[in-house]
Design a protein around this ligand. Structure first.
Ligand SMILES: Cc1cc2nc3c(=O)[nH]c(=O)nc-3n(C[C@H](O)[C@H](O)[C@H](O)COP(=O)(O)OP(=O)(O)OC[C@H]3O[C@@H](n4cnc5c(N)ncnc54)[C@H](O)[C@@H]3O)c2cc1C
Length: 243
C-alpha cells in the first residue's frame, strides 16, 4: 500500500445529515483522484486557535476516481476537532493526510458481507456498498445501521433507495430509542447480527464476511459475538473503532 500523501482540499458542500451529524464534501485542490480503497480514512489537519490538531475521518463516498470525497462528522460534546469541522464554512481549505487504513473491502469482492455501523460508523460501509454497486458486484450485501432515533438515521433514504434498486443489496435500521410509531427493528445492533448473518449464509453465495465500525464498546461486543458465539473465523471479521 502506498504511503499516505499530504494534500490540500477545499470544503465544497456541507449539510446536516442528522441533528448531530454534519455531512462535508471536500475536493482535492490539485484535481487528482482521492485514490482510496473502500473503507479507508483521511487525517484532517485542523488549525485551531489553540494549535494544530489532527483527527481521522472515514471516507463515505465511493472509490470512483474523483477528487471529491464525502465525510460525516458527529458533533461530539466538548470535542475540539468535531466542533471545528461542524462549523467549517464552505470554501475553507484544509490539509489532509491519506487515504490510509486497513479496514477495507474490495469493490469486486465476491463474498457476501454484513456491514454493521452505528452512527457515523456507517461512513466506511457506505463507501464499500457504493463502490461495490458501481463495480456491478453481484455479492449479497446487507448494511445494518444502528442509531438512537428516527431523526438520527443518516443516509437512510439514500441507502433504502439503493437497496430497492439492487436485489443483492439490503438495508436495515435498528433504533435504540425509537418512538412508539416505529415499526422496524429495535435495540442494539448486537441483537440482529446473528439473524442477518444466517440469512446471508442461507442465500448460498458463499461464507459471509462481517465488517463492523463505530465506537469501541459496540465494535468489541459485535466482534466477540461473531467470533465466540457464532464461530466466525478471524479472517472473516473486520473491525474499525473510532475511540
Ligand atoms: C480510523 C478512524 C476513523 C474515524 N472516522 C470518523 C468519522 O467518519 N466520523 C466521526 O464523526 N468520527 C470519526 N472518528 C473519530 C474522530 O477522529 C474524532 O475522534 C472525533 O471527531 C472526536 O474528535 P474531537 O476532537 O471532537 O473530540 P476529542 O476531544 O478528541 O474527544 C472527545 C471524546 O469523543 C469520543 N468520540 C470519538 N469519536 C466519537 C464519535 N463518532 N461519536 C461520539 N463520541 C466520539 C472520544 O472517545 C473522546 O472521549 C474516527 C476515528 C478513527 C480512529
Amino acid at each position: 500500500m502506498p504511503l499516505p500523501e499530504t494534500f490540500a482540499a477545499t470544503l465544497v458542500a456541507a449539510r446536516d445529515l442528522a441533528p448531530s451529524v454534519r455531512g462535508l464534501a471536500f475536493e482535492r485542490d490539485d484535481g487528482r483522484p482521492v485514490g482510496h480503497a473502500p473503507g479507508q480514512w483521511v487525517n484532517l489537519v485542523l488549525p485551531l486557535p489553540s494549535g494544530e490538531i489532527r483527527r481521522a475521518y472515514s471516507i463515505a463516498s465511493a472509490a470512483d476516481g474523483s477528487p471529491r470525497f464525502d465525510l460525516a462528522v458527529t458533533r461530539v460534546g466538548g470535542g475540539l476537532g468535531s466542533g471545528y469541522l461542524c462549523d467549517l464554512p464552505v470554501g475553507a481549505r484544509l490539509s489532509a493526510v491519506g487515504p490510509q487504513g486497513f479496514f477495507t473491502r474490495e469493490a469486486t469482492s465476491p463474498h457476501p458481507a454484513l456491514l454493521v455501523g452505528t452512527g457515523t460508523g456507517v461512513t466506511p460501509l457506505r463507501s464499500m456498498l457504493l463502490s461495490a454497486v458501481a463495480a456491478g458486484s453481484p455479492a449479497p450485501m446487507c448494511l445494518l445501521l444502528g442509531v438512537r432515533t428516527e431523526a438520527d438515521r443518516l443516509y437512510a433514504d439514500e441507502l433504502a433507495a439503493l437497496a430497492a434498486a439492487h436485489p443483492n443489496v439490503r438495508f436495515e435500521t435498528t433504533l435504540s430509542r425509537p418512538s412508539d410509531a416505529w415499526t422496524g427493528r429495535r435495540g442494539w445492533v448486537q441483537a440482529h447480527v446473528a439473524d442477518l448473518l444466517a440469512e446471508l449464509q442461507a442465500a448460498g453465495a458463499g461464507e459471509p464476511h462481517l465488517y463492523v465500525c463505530g465506537l469501541e464498546r459496540m465494535v468489541k461486543a459485535v466482534r466477540e459475538l461473531a467470533r465466540k458465539q457464532l464461530g466466525l473465523p478471524r479472517e472473516r471479521v473486520h473491525g474499525e473503532r473510532y475511540d
